[in-house]
Write a protein that binds this ligand. Structure first.
Ligand SMILES: Cc1cc2nc3c(=O)[nH]c(=O)nc-3n(C[C@H](O)[C@H](O)[C@H](O)COP(=O)(O)OP(=O)(O)OC[C@H]3O[C@@H](n4cnc5c(N)ncnc54)[C@H](O)[C@@H]3O)c2cc1C
Ligand code: FES
Length: 506
């Protein structure tokens, strides 16, 4: 394995979304340049290609290799931070539109996989919210009342297919869904290409700007893609230094898959009221055995470096619920962007007319990505969308000001780390396979020693706006706690908003 990608491997990894994709081979001109080939980028590209626009999709890595390859793909129209909270922050009408738009996203995925004949294991299932302890049962009642106010198809039920929960109360949400995320992206990619679109990998976009009445997208290889519009769908936006990043925060979340006998747990989406909550779903296998996928144990990015303990906690929790669970097959982690008011930032990038952005997945990025595609399609083709105000990137939600201040305090606290001592006092103490921050004079160095003994010395300063990095020993990468950038042990930028690699230190 290359030191620039030693991350954990998700259950979906056997699928290569577009094995024949190549780097952008020349300057390019199209109607719409889409940066990022996750669920958001490919969905928006598909919608606009379907509408007759010429699209170009550019990704810095492999197609669909970002957070979409690390998802657990619950497709839900339910606000996982609770409708009762969303109503309190945004009011009943915007909360209703949240449910409407997220439901529309699931409907759209269902429609596309049918019309494009994408074999992606899509199925409609019920979703169940259940209390992790009897003390939390009151939360269900409050949530039921809020959801009913919005016209959500939800009912009180009792009994879950989990040990100790046979009589537990739960809320049952009808018409949720799930699928294999990468099989779906492969189908979307084929759909884009079949309509004349170009899909390019291993091409780092460095700059997105409005120019001469259109857009200009500059890449690290020197080639330029121009168009009438650009859509930045890089999960954490690479074209924004501050405006959006002060309103959302990166969280790391953990997932595992286990073999499970078919029918042992009925197909469905299950999540509990714990904070952070656990989430469970099924995935069909090829033979007699299916997979159960469990996730949770989230924490703010960079705030903990104990991935294996979190997997142990997840294992113990799920084996307590499903004692007949089979062997573990995969364990992985990834990042979600939590916004201060539970909805994504989708629409015109603040200050731009022709550059659009999709970010702030709020842990529900599979549906948010598809909402993004529908919303941006409507803004480009019709000039408006009924969901524009709800997801407006430049919005300021006055009732979320407390969260806004807390999120920004993270960045301020982070800069103070530059004056703290290093984690080890000498590079000689770094063992093979370890990374640590070392102080050398006035500088902080992000140091990693690989199994062969090769030492990588990089600046500990994130190339976005300079926050102090933290070592992630599970993913063997450097995490930026401020806005979610990640860098491989050799400094390669893996996740936005950073574009450039970490500076080399001699
Ligand atoms: C463990 C886990 C479980 C989750 N579970 C769920 C769930 O059950 N339901 C749900 O709805 N959501 C879930 N999410 C969230 C969801 O998976 C993500 O929000 C979603 O996949 C993000 O899609 P995206 O298209 O915005 O970003 P990505 O899939 O990350 O795509 C962004 C792309 O942009 C590219 N890029 C970045 N910078 C550049 C650049 N400079 N130049 C060119 N390309 C660039 C990247 O290489 C990447 O391919 C989960 C996430 C994780 C990690
Ligand atoms: S991601 Fe913004 S400073 Fe690192």
């Amino acid at each position: 394995m290359n030191v620039s990608d030693e991350r954990t491997i998700p259950l979906w990894a056997q699928i290569d979304v577009a094995p024949d994709a190549v780097p952008l081979p020349h300057d390019d001109h199209s109607d719409v340049v889409v940066v990022g080939s996750g669920i958001a980028g490919l969905s928006v590209a598909y919608e606009l290609a379907l509408a007759g626009k010429k699209v170009t999709v550019i990704d810095r890595g492999q197609i669909g290799g970002g957070m979409t390859a690390r998802t657990t793909a619950h497709l839900t129209s339910v606000c996982d931070d609770y409708f009762s909270e969303l109503i309190g922050l945004r009011g009943r009408e915007l909360a209703r539109l949240f449910h409407e738009s997220q439901s529309a996203a699931i409907n759209r995925i269902e429609e596309i996989q049918q019309t494009e004949a994408i074999a992606c294991d899509f199925r409609r299932v019920d979703g169940f919210l259940f209390p992790s302890t009897s003390a939390q049962e009151a939360e269900l009642e409050r949530e039921l009342e809020a959801a009913l106010q919005l016209g959500v198809a939800v009912e009180r039920t009792a009994g879950l297919p989990f040990a100790g929960f046979s009589a537990a109360p739960a809320l049952r949400y009808a018409r949720q869904a799930t699928f294999h995320p990468l099989k779906y992206l492969r189908g979307l990619t084929d759909g884009v290409r079949a309509r004349g679109g170009g899909v390019y990998r291993d091409t780092i976009v460095e700059k997105v700007e409005e120019k001469d009445g259109g857009v200009r997208v500059a890449t690290a290889s020197g080639f330029v893609a121009t168009g009438k519009w650009a859509v930045v769908a890089t999960n954490s936006p690479i074209n924004d230094r501050v405006a959006l990043h002060t309103k959302q925060s990166p969280y790391r979340t953990y997932a595992m898959s286990f073999e499970i006998g078919r029918g042992l747990v009925p197909d469905g989406l299950y999540w509990d009221t714990e904070d952070p909550y656990h989430y469970v779903r099924l995935q069909p296998g090829d033979g007699e055995t299916d997979f159960l996928i469990v996730g949770g144990e989230d924490h703010k990015t960079g705030a903990a470096n104990d991935g294996n303990e979190r997997f142990a906690a997840l294992t113990s929790w799920i084996r307590g619920l499903v004692p007949d669970l089979g062997i573990e097959t995969h364990r992985w982690s990834g990042q979600v962007m939590e916004t201060i008011d539970y909805a994504g930032f989708i629409g015109r990038n603040p200050g731009n007319e022709r550059v659009f952005v999709v970010t702030g997945d709020s842990g529900e990025g599979m549906t948010h990505g598809v909402v993004g595609a529908l919303l941006i399609r409507d803004l480009i083709l019709n000039g408006n969308s009924r969901w524009r105000e709800l997801y407006e990137p430049s919005r300021k939600t006055s009732k979320a000001i407390g969260d806004y201040l807390v999120e920004n305090a993270t960045a301020i606290k982070n800069f103070a780390e530059y004056i703290a001592p290093g984690e080890i006092d000498s590079l000689d103490k770094l063992r093979p396979g370890e990374g640590a921050i070392v102080r050398v004079g006035l500088s902080k160095i992000a140091a990693f020693r690989d199994e062969d003994g090769t030492l990588y010395k990089r600046s500990a300063s994130c190339t976005h706006i300079g926050c102090h990095l933290h070592w992630n020993s599970l993913e063997r990468c450097w995490d930026c706690p401020c806005h979610g950038s990640q860098f491989a042990a050799d400094g390669t930028a893996l996740n936005g908003p950073a574009v450039s690699p970490l500076a080399n230190v001699q």
